[in-house]
Design a protein around this ligand. Structure first.
Ligand SMILES: N#Cc1ccc(Nc2nc(N)cc(-n3cnc(CCO)c3)n2)cc1
Length: 267
């Protein structure tokens, strides 16, 4: 069910980064439509040749993501070619110091929650929800009253691999895990793209979670409550997507937003 793209119609441009199994590039796709040549920006994700043996799981991730479409999921031709999302990964955008308001952050969190709700309804586990997999399609400009628009990038090769040749069965990768990651991603968004325990080595992280510690809470109690509910160590206690969206809605309308509106000064 894939729409195959011929390699000669693709042009590789700058390399955007390197994953554990993949390399990502900006590229251009040329189409000839009704005798006219159209060039579109694309995002290319290359699987390292050494991992060609997991091609089928790579393809599996592709076929999964290509069977569903939702406004908050980037359209994929196949996993190799994705629509080029204008502002790229959210973690880098926030680190680059895009000073964004509280309501901007809540808007992004709500869009992620609705993408999560969609996947939950399809009983699909994303497995890799985090700032670097949130793509910013529209910056949003408070002075024009336009809001940001994000797309949740594909889970990537690691999730497909989980189903294959690792010891723990994927059944411990459940929908509740996405709730935990949702909480951690909201924490990240409110911490300028810095991930929890960033810079700690694996052992420190393991100790932290094995002693059931909580992340430093936001001084906004209601937000901190939502994050800690999502990051409950007992998966069954984590809130439903509907509850998450309901709580986000009440955060959006709370006067904290007005009091702490760090709206960037309109140019
Ligand atoms: N400066 C800059 C800049 C870089 C990239 C884009 N665009 C884009 N489009 C996509 N479809 C996916 C990604 N992407 C980037 N990192 C990941 C993490 C691994 O998934 C995914 N980036 C736009 C601007």
């Amino acid at each position: 069910q894939f729409h195959m793209i011929k390699c000669e119609d693709l042009k590789w441009a700058e390399c955007l980064g390197q994953g554990s199994f993949t390399r990502i590039f900006k590229g251009y796709k040329t189409d000839i439509r009704d005798g006219e040549k159209h060039v579109t920006d694309v995002f290319l994700k290359e699987l390292d040749v050494v991992h060609k043996n997991c091609w089928e799981s790579f393809f599996e991730a592709a076929s999964l993501m290509s069977q569903i479409s939702h406004k908050h999921l980037p359209g994929v031709k196949n996993i190799m070619v994705q629509e080029f999302v204008k502002y790229g990964a959210l973690d880098l955008y926030l680190k680059r110091g895009g000073s964004v308001s509280v309501s901007w952050k809540l808007d992004v969190a709500k869009q992620l929650a609705s993408a999560l709700n969609f996947l939950e309804e399809k009983n699909i586990v994303h497995g890799n929800i985090c700032g670097k997999n949130l793509l910013l399609a529209r910056e949003g400009d408070p002075s024009q009253g336009s809001s940001p628009f994000i797309k949740l990038s594909d889970p990537g090769i690691s999730v497909a691999m989980l189903g294959k040749n690792v010891l723990e069965a994927p059944d411990n990768l459940t929908l509740e895990c996405d709730k935990w990651s949702f909480g951690a991603t909201v924490w990240e968004i409110f911490n300028n793209g810095n991930t929890p325990l960033q810079g700690c080595d694996l052992d420190k992280k393991r100790q932290f979670y094995e002693s059931f510690k909580q992340l430093p809470p936001s001084q906004w109690t209601e937000l901190a409550d939502l994050v800690s509910q999502c990051m409950d160590y007992q998966a069954a206690f984590r809130p439903s997507c509907r509850s998450i969206i309901r709580q986000l809605n009440s955060l959006i309308t709370s006067d904290y937003v007005i009091l702490h509106a760090t709206e960037p000064v309109a140019q």
